[in-house]
Design a protein around this ligand. Sequence first.
Ligand SMILES: C[S@@+](CC[C@H](N)C(=O)[O-])C[C@H]1O[C@@H](n2cnc3c(N)ncnc32)[C@H](O)[C@@H]1O
Length: 272
Amino acid sequence: MAATDAFTERYLSGDQLWGDDFTHQQIEEWFADEREAYADLEGDQAAEKEYSYNGLNWQNGYRSLPPGRFTHALGVGSAFGGEFSPVLNRIDEITILESSTQLRSKDLLGTPLRYVDPSPTGVMPFPSGSFDLIVCFGVLHHIANVTKIVHEMGRVAKAGGWVAIREPVVSMGDWRSGSRPGLTKRERGIPRELFEDALRDAGFSIKSSVFCCMPLSQRIGRLIGRNMYASKLGAAVDRSLSIATAWNYRYHAVTPWQKLRPSSVFIVAQRQ
Ligand SMILES: C[S@@+](CC[C@H](N)C(=O)[O-])C[C@H]1O[C@@H](n2cnc3c(N)ncnc32)[C@H](O)[C@@H]1O
């Protein structure tokens, strides 16, 4: 069998995650490529941009969290921290593990943000059981050693603590093909089953796992001049489109028809 066929069978099929089985040296190279890649893609305007996924995050995740306060929240790849806004008034302290030195802010609406540099190994520099809320939106697909990071999330989460996490679960194209417009060099989605298994293996009990980010939602948004993911209504439309096309979910799509499926999953889980 040709080498490309073996690659397709192993990785583009969604059976295994590209990068997760890399050597230390390969992980270092990937980490260096992605450290500032998103900041560079966004350019100088990144700091001025309003965070535009609050409707999506509320509809599919935050509203499933239990009521009450969180003493210490960890944001993995949270950049300027805007993703915390819907629950900001319920959090005492925020720490952000962020690779980019450009995507940082002193505070979020008066709440101080403490930044910590991640390590390519995936080991998080925090004692076990440090956080009662972990938030990670659109970050793990930029990282090679996903299973290791998810395992670390399980370690640093307090027993009974919560994780809210959203990631692409589609390949995002054939990442061997060189540059993919609008994407960083290494990013690739995480097959849904592998992702959920990694969370369970890390000690999380999944309370809710829903598809979102159906590509037609953003097309509709462009037509009507709205950001569909910023509002609860837009996110509800996206949720309906995601439910309607969930049957067509596959990791790697090669025809336009195959691309008519939800592209991300939003999971809320509790540490056992
Ligand atoms: C697509 S952006 C998402 C940012 C934010 N969570 C949001 O929803 O807008 C990916 C983020 O992950 C960060 N990142 C990339 N590699 C990382 C790593 N190894 N550890 C932590 N953050 C990382 C990037 O700098 C960027 O802020």
